[in-house]
Write a protein that binds this ligand. Structure first.
Ligand code: SF4
Ligand code: SF4
Length: 268
C-alpha cells in the first residue's frame, strides 16, 4: 500500500486512523494561550492549489511567488520536486505571521487549515482509486486539544473550508500516489518529465505559456473551449496540467494528440 502524507505529519501523530465521522476534541481561537505558537515553527509542504491561492492573494507572478515565499525540496528518492513555505531566514517562523495572527488567513495553505488533523491519502497496490483518511497530530505546545469542544472531522473540514483545496489538489495527489505505487514510465526522460512536473504543479504562469505555445497547440487536438479555458481559467489550467502529467509520467492517453503516438509527443 502506498501512502502520502499531505500535511503536518513528521510531527507526533497519534496512531489511530480516523474517518470523516470520527469525533475530535479541539478548538483554536485568538484567546487560547498558545495563539500563534504553531506558526512560529513551521514545515509546510505546499500543493499546487495552495500556490494558486497565494499568487492571487499577493498579486504576484508565479516566479515572484516561488522566489520570495517558497523553498524547493525533493519529495522522493527520484527527485520529484516539491516546494515548502519559506520561513524567516534565522528562524522557522512563518513569513505571514502577524501580531494579530495569520496575515493571509482566507488563503492560508491546506496544512494550516487541516492542523491538527493530518490528511492521509492511501492507495492499495493495484487499486485504481485512492482512499482518504486522517490522523491527529498532538504537539505539546498546542492547547487547542484541551478546549471543551467536540466536532466530527467532516464538520471540522467544513469549518476550515478545505473543500476547494482538496478538490483542486486531488489529481496532483493521485499522481504522487501512482508514482509511488507503480513508478514512472519515463525511461531516459526522467529529468525532463520532472521539470514538467515542477512547471505544471508550481509555476502556473510558465505552464500557461507552455500550454499555449505554437508547438504544444500543433501537437494536441483540443477544442476551442478548452484552449480558451487554459488561457482564462487558472483552476482549469491546473487540472489540465495533472492530465498532461499522467500522459508524460505514465504514458496514459489522457490528452488527444494530432496523429502522433503518446510516446513521441511526450518526448517532444
Ligand atoms: S500561513 Fe498563516 S496559518 Fe499558516 S503558518 Fe503561516 S501564519 Fe500560520
Ligand atoms: S491551539 Fe494549536 S493550532 Fe491554535 S494557535 Fe494554539 S498551537 Fe496553534
Amino acid at each position: 500500500m502506498s501512502e502520502i502524507e499531505v500535511n503536518p505529519p513528521q510531527r507526533p501523530v497519534q496512531p489511530a486512523q480516523l474517518t470523516d465521522e470520527s469525533v475530535i476534541q479541539f478548538r483554536c481561537h485568538p484567546d487560547v494561550a498558545c495563539f500563534n505558537k504553531c506558526c512560529q515553527q513551521i514545515d509546510i509542504t505546499l500543493t499546487p492549489y495552495d500556490l494558486l491561492r497565494l499568487k492571487r492573494r499577493l498579486d504576484l507572478t508565479s516566479q515572484q511567488l516561488l522566489a520570495a515565499y517558497t523553498v524547493p525540496f525533493e519529495m522522493d528518492s527520484d527527485g520529484l520536486p516539491g516546494v515548502k513555505l519559506r520561513t524567516e531566514d534565522d528562524s522557522p517562523r512563518c513569513l505571514f505571521l502577524t501580531d494579530k495572527g495569520c496575515g493571509i488567513y482566507e488563503d492560508r495553505p491546506t496544512a494550516c487549515r487541516y492542523y491538527p488533523v493530518g490528511l492521509l491519502s492511501l492507495r492499495k497496490t493495484g487499486s485504481p482509486v485512492d482512499e482518504q483518511s486522517y490522523a491527529m497530530v498532538r504537539e505539546e505546545h498546542c492547547l487547542g486539544h484541551l478546549e471543551p469542544r467536540e466536532i466530527t472531522i467532516a464538520d471540522y473540514r467544513k469549518e476550515q473550508e478545505v473543500e476547494a483545496y482538496d478538490v483542486h489538489s486531488r489529481g496532483w495527489r493521485q499522481l504522487i500516489l501512482k508514482k509511488k505505487s507503480t513508478g514512472p514510465k519515463v525511461g531516459s526522460h526522467t529529468a525532463r518529465s520532472l521539470q514538467l512536473f515542477f512547471l505544471a504543479s508550481y509555476n502556473l504562469d510558465g505552464f500557461r505559456s507552455f500550454a499555449l505555445s505554437d508547438g504544444f497547440r500543433a501537437a494536441h487536438d483540443l477544442d476551442d473551449a478548452t484552449w480558451e479555458s487554459l488561457r482564462e481559467d487558472d483552476e482549469a489550467l491546473l487540472e489540465f496540467g495533472y492530465r498532461l502529467l499522467r500522459q508524460v509520467l505514465f504514458g496514459e492517453d489522457s490528452i488527444p494528440l494530432r496523429g502522433k503516438p503518446v510516446e513521441s509527443a511526450t518526448e517532444e
